[in-house]
Every structure is written in structure tokens, then in C-alpha cells.
Write a protein that binds this ligand. Structure first.
Ligand code: F0G
Length: 368
């Protein structure tokens, strides 16, 4: 397979400068950036082997963005436009990562940030980010969907810019993930797998692939596969889930704002949106960390859990047979594992303190 990866600008200028001609910015837009994007596309030997069928599986490690998740791609644009439009404050509801990103970019721009989070339901790392970046935080006794409804009402009462993905600039910025994948591979992947929560990301990625093809950068489009957590799978069930449940708090969402965008992405690309259980998510989470050296947060592992589930069901063998070629699969892993240290600690046995004795230490670490 001939591959001529496009050359990235160096030093990396952040996604707006790197993909300016694809984004709604002008010479007047003040660019607020933390040099997000240009995240690693890592070939996974473990997953390629597990999938078989001469597949090449890559992980797009979005946790390597400045605030540790893919949200930074959309936030650089949303905050830049908020500054251009002379907004004094930005507002979001969040399961954690959006609030971390919004508060960091707002701090950099000198804007006030206000975040509504479902009380007790966001990972500690994310909460600490919003706190240290100086967000005004309302910890609300309600789930994410209710927080987002409250955010919409607040924005009608005050001149504040919403920076959830209902802000169209967020989707525009997030499509750069697809551009980077195509640039790195020198082509579009055959299959793109991503976790789905509020559904902005899959909507954005599909738009990115379509724009790259329309501009002659690529010749094909990937099949888009989205995975939700079983207890928070409104797109799979075809109805709003009033009380979503999953350990993957980032995607604990029952009424996704970009519902139609996700359905269009999956249908137009001949893909689908399915569910994975919490157990499947945690198995994939541990496998990625233990066998691939890639530490992601639980929600991010939903894409890999989906990949493994489909591999088990023989999906890729028939996909490869249909294409008569090597399958290139990209799994988006959306957020860094350090966001949720509590989950990592719960997932393994934490070592007990030992006396400083060589024999006790040797025994404990298996050096007999
Ligand atoms: N993965 C992570 C780590 C996330 O934080 C999110 C969403 C998703 C996947 C799903 O992406 O919503 O575009 O379908 N987090 C949002 C937040 C909702 O508030 O941080 P999506």
C-alpha cells in the first residue's frame, strides 16, 4: 500500500493554524491556543493481532492533548471565536473533560468560565483541572442532560457563550482529528471507531473525513462505528434514557445533543452505533494499559471494547473479505487515563507498605 503521509507544519502551531483553510476563522480572529492536536497515531500490535484478518489497528491517542482530551480541538476554536465576538464569559455543562478544557482555554484568554457538573459524577482529575484553572463551578444534583438543559436556560438569560458541542465551532475544531489521521496514514482508514456520549465527536470526525475527500486529500471514506456504554445507550435503543448508568462517567449521557449527527455519520458511512458493557469497557481499559502501554480513561476504552467485541463476532474477517485488502482500523481513545486515577486504583490490587528489607521486597515483586 503506497503511503505518502502529508508533512505537518513544524513547530506544530495548534489545530487552527495547521488547518486554517478548513476552519471559520479570519485574519481578525485572535487565536487562543495551547498547541492542541498533532496527537500520536500509534500502531497497536496487540489489537492488530487480536483482530487478525491482516488488520492494522491504530490508536489515536487524544489524551495527549494539552488538557488531556480531544475537547481541546474544539475548544481552541470556540474560545477564539468567543474572544472575537467580545464575549465576557463562557459556560458549559460537562461530564468533566469539556469543563477542564473550557476552563483552561478561558483562563488563557482572560475570560470567565462557568461550569455545571453533575454532582459526584465526574472524575477527580477533571474536577481538579476546572478548579485550578479558576472556573466558577456549580456542582448540580442532577445528571449531565439536566445540566445541559440548565446551561441553555442560563445562556438565554445572560450574554454568555455556551461552549458545549451545541456551539458549532466546537464541531468545526474537532473535525481536525480526522484530518490528522488521514495526514498520518496518507489515506483515510477503512474503519473508524469512536466512543459516543453527547455525539459531537463522531459528528465532527465524519465531517472531517468528508471535507478531506471533497478537497481531494483522500479518495475514500471510512465506515464509522460508534460505541456507547450499555446503560447509557440512547442511540442504540432509539430513545432517551432518563437515568443513564455506567462506570464510564464521561459518556454517561441519556439524551445526546448531536443525536442526528451521530445517526447520519453511521448511516451515511454504512456503519452503526452499538453498545458495550461496563465489563467490556474495563477489560479493554486494562488491556490497553497492561499490553500496549497506553493509559486512557474508561470512556475512551469503549472504542477498543467495541473493536474487540466485533473481532470476536468475526466482523472484521467479513469486512476484509469484502474489501479484498488489508484493513486499516483507527480507534479513537479520547481522554488520558490520569484523568481518573481512582478507577485505575480500583482496577488493580494496590501494594501494601513493606519494611525496607530485600527479602520482603523480593518476595513482593516476584524476584525469587
Ligand atoms: N470520551 C471522553 C473522554 C469524553 O469526555 C467524552 C465526552 C466522550 C468520549 C464522548 O464524546 O460527547 O462528543 O460523543 N465528554 C463530554 C464532557 C460530554 O462533558 O466532557 P461526545
Amino acid at each position: 500500500m503506497a503511503r505518502s503521509a502529508a508533512r505537518h507544519p513544524y513547530p506544530w502551531p495548534g489545530v487552527i493554524e495547521a488547518y486554517r483553510s478548513y476552519l471559520p476563522v479570519s485574519a481578525k480572529t485572535p487565536i487562543v491556543t495551547l498547541l492542541e492536536g498533532n496527537t500520536p497515531l500509534i500502531r497497536s500490535r496487540v489489537l492488530s493481532r487480536r483482530v487478525g484478518a491482516s488488520a492494522e489497528v491504530y490508536l489515536k491517542y487524544e489524551g495527549m492533548n494539552p488538557t488531556g482530551s480531544f475537547k481541546d480541538r474544539g475548544m481552541t476554536l470556540a474560545i477564539s471565536k468567543a474572544v472575537e465576538e467580545k464575549s465576557a464569559a463562557v459556560l458549559c455543562a460537562s461530564t468533566g473533560n469539556t469543563s477542564a478544557s473550557a476552563s483552561a482555554y478561558a483562563a488563557r484568554a482572560g475570560l470567565r468560565s462557568i461550569v455545571l457538573i453533575p454532582s459526584g459524577a465526574i472524575a477527580l482529575g477533571k474536577l481538579s483541572q476546572a478548579l485550578i484553572h479558576g472556573a466558577r463551578i456549580a456542582s448540580v444534583e442532577a445528571n449531565f442532560d439536566a445540566c445541559l438543559a440548565l446551561v441553555k436556560s442560563l445562556a438565554q438569560m445572560h450574554p454568555i457563550t455556551i461552549v458545549n458541542s451545541i456551539n458549532p465551532y466546537r464541531i468545526e475544531g474537532q473535525k481536525t482529528c480526522a484530518f490528522e489521521i488521514c495526514d498520518a496514514l496518507g489515506r483515510a482508514p477503512d474503519i473508524h471507531i469512536t466512543p459516543v456520549g453527547n455525539a459531537g465527536n463522531i459528528t465532527a470526525q465524519w465531517r472531517g473525513y468528508r471535507e478531506y475527500r471533497a478537497n481531494g486529500k483522500t479518495r475514500t471514506l471510512p465506515t464509522m462505528l460508534g460505541f456507547q456504554a450499555e446503560g447509557a445507550a440512547p442511540l442504540v435503543k432509539g430513545k432517551i434514557i432518563a437515568n443513564p448508568k455506567t462506570i464510564a462517567t464521561a459518556i454517561k449521557i441519556g439524551n445526546p445533543a448531536s443525536w442526528q449527527g451521530a445517526i447520519s455519520a453511521s448511516e451515511e458511512s454504512h456503519g452503526f452505533i452499538r453498545a458495550v458493557s461496563d465489563r467490556e469497557i474495563l477489560d479493554a481499559y486494562r488491556l490497553l494499559a497492561a499490553e500496549d502501554g497506553v493509559f486512557v480513561e474508561p470512556a475512551s476504552a469503549a472504542s477498543v471494547a467495541g473493536l474487540l467485541k466485533l473481532a470476536h463476532a468475526g466482523y472484521f474477517k467479513s469486512a476484509a473479505a469484502r474489501r479484498r485488502s488489508r484493513l486499516v482500523i483507527v480507534c479513537i481513545v479520547t481522554g488520558h487515563g490520569l484523568k481518573d486515577p481512582e478507577r485505575a486504583i480500583k482496577s488493580i490490587r494496590v501494594p501494601k507498605p513493606l519494611p525496607p528489607s530485600l527479602s520482603a521486597i523480593s518476595k513482593a515483586v516476584g524476584l525469587h
